[in-house]
Design a protein around this ligand. Structure first.
Ligand code: FAD
Length: 416
């Protein structure tokens, strides 16, 4: 079985690794170099808890206000195209309580596979930077803390994966470097830190050693089809014959799927990060922290820490200004007042693939019986890369449980 995977981000590489394990002949094509998109500089958090889709009750109100106020939580860049407006409307529909609950239940199928997926990588000998520091959501007021924890009320099993921390002492027991005024949090002890570049390097090494082919600087332009199947993938470097195709091209998956007449509503969700080198390990954060008012994520890594923020829906290019990075570092300082933040590396930006309903899009493209898509992972593409690969493999091998239909692109309609 010759499988061509379009896109060598973390999702495409994890998929290639899984399909090689399944005995398939795998070729991965990327328009640029592998892992240079959003997979590169993301916040490095692998969650065992956060199954909540981005479109949540209240999201659209926050986003709409951001156009006026410039608030950083979630921003919508206006674009006057009917398909973009359709995407935003679909996103607005996903924020109802019942759709949010259905999206959470669907995503939790993936979340429950995450820790095993990363443990398997380690068991196989993939060598990448991973830490077991857990993650913490911090809150500035009792009111916001209670609202944050209330989100779990409808999901008692997910709730059992967190510990609620009340009082400075409880919070500081997890990380004594946190600012003394942080006295409300919830903590997910099983969460991991995975340095994404090291993971992708390890996946590429394993793919190559396992007989897979990675072709960089090979842009997919079109498809040749015969009898309801894609028969080859047409690229800037010639055509690649395929028995199966997986489109894992991040935000570009939408236009590639459209070439096959299929609807894959993904749009960009821009974000940014910055690395701070901290030589002394005792002065680095001990856990990943996400804040309620400044909406930043801080993750400890071997080099020091990575701070990230931003959810700019419809951002055209991955850019971030020095002024924004300075603001991010000020927000980090408020969380870790004594951390040495002098050795700052240049800022980085990436465009996450956001699906219209917040749930990843994984499955056969409607109208095709050998072409799959795997995208729309939004804020959780690193986390969900191993489970996505397993879902695809199960779909290909005919062993997928019915519940995986929740990820199918068919939910957005059959044809454009
Ligand atoms: C600031 C920020 C913080 C984040 N933090 C986290 C986090 O802590 N945890 C987490 O789990 N996730 C996080 N994410 C999300 C995660 O990074 C993304 O969901 C993930 O990287 C998406 O991976 P992907 O492989 O689907 O897409 P990409 O990484 O975009 O890969 C797609 C690849 O397809 C290639 N491609 C596109 N078009 C073509 C074409 N025509 N031909 C050939 N190749 C093509 C591209 O060159 C690219 O390499 C974060 C993202 C950002 C931006």
């Amino acid at each position: 079985m010759r499988t061509v995977i379009i896109g060598a981000g973390v999702v495409g590489l994890a998929t290639a690794h899984e399909l090689l394990r399944a005995g398939q002949e795998v070729t991965v094509l990327d328009a640029g170099a592998y892992g240079q998109g959003p997979s590169h500089g993301n916040a490095a958090l692998v969650t065992s808890v956060l199954s909540f889709p981005v479109p949540a009750p209240g999201t659209i109100g926050v986003a709409a206000r951001s156009i006026v106020t410039g608030s950083q939580a979630i921003t919508i860049r206006p674009q006057f195209s009917p398909s973009y407006l359709g995407f935003l409307l679909r996103m607005a529909r996903a924020t109802t309580k019942s759709n949010f609950a259905a999206g959470t239940v669907a995503q939790d199928i993936l979340t429950r596979m995450v820790l095993d997926g990363f443990a398997e990588y380690a068991d196989e000998g993939l060598s990448f930077e991973q830490h077991t520091g857990g993650s913490m959501h911090t809150f500035t007021t009792r009111e916001s803390f209670e609202a944050g924890v209330r989100v779990f009320d409808d999901f008692p099993e997910i709730r059992s994966r967190i510990r609620v921390l009340e009082g400075t002492e409880a919070v500081h027991e997890v990380d004594p470097g946190l600012a003394p005024e942080i006295s409300y949090a919830y903590y997910a002890p099983a969460d991991l830190q995975v340095e994404p570049e090291s993971l992708m390097k390890a996946l590429v090494a394993s793919i190559t050693a396992g007989g897979g082919t990675l072709r960089e600087h090979t842009e997919v332009l079109d498809f040749a089809t015969a009898g309801g199947k894609v028969s080859s993938v047409v690229t800037s470097e010639g055509s690649f014959d395929a028995d199966q195709v997986v489109i894992a091209a991040g935000v570009a998956s939408r236009s590639l799927a459209a070439r096959l007449g299929a609807r894959v509503p993904v749009r960009s969700g821009g974000g940014y990060s910055v690395d701070v080198h901290i030589d002394d390990p005792t002065r680095r954060p001990r856990t990943s922290v996400m804040t309620d008012t400044t909406h930043i994520a801080i993750t400890p890594l071997d080099r020091g820490l990575r701070a990230s923020s931003g959810m700019i829906i419809g951002q055209a290019e991955p850019t971030v200004s020095g002024r924004v990075i300075d603001g991010l570092l000020r927000d980090v300082r408020a969380v870790y007042p004594d951390a040495p933040l002098d050795d700052v590396r240049p800022g980085w930006a990436g465009l996450r693939p956001m699906s219209a309903d917040g749930v990843p899009i994984i499955g056969l493209l409607p109208g095709w019986d050998n072409t799959y898509v795997a995208t729309g992972h939004a804020m959780l593409g690193l986390t969900y890369a191993p489970p996505t690969a397993k879902v695809l493999r199960a779909l290909m091998e005919g062993t997928a449980p019915e519940a995986y239909a929740a990820f199918s692109p068919a939910r957005f309609g059959v044809r454009r």
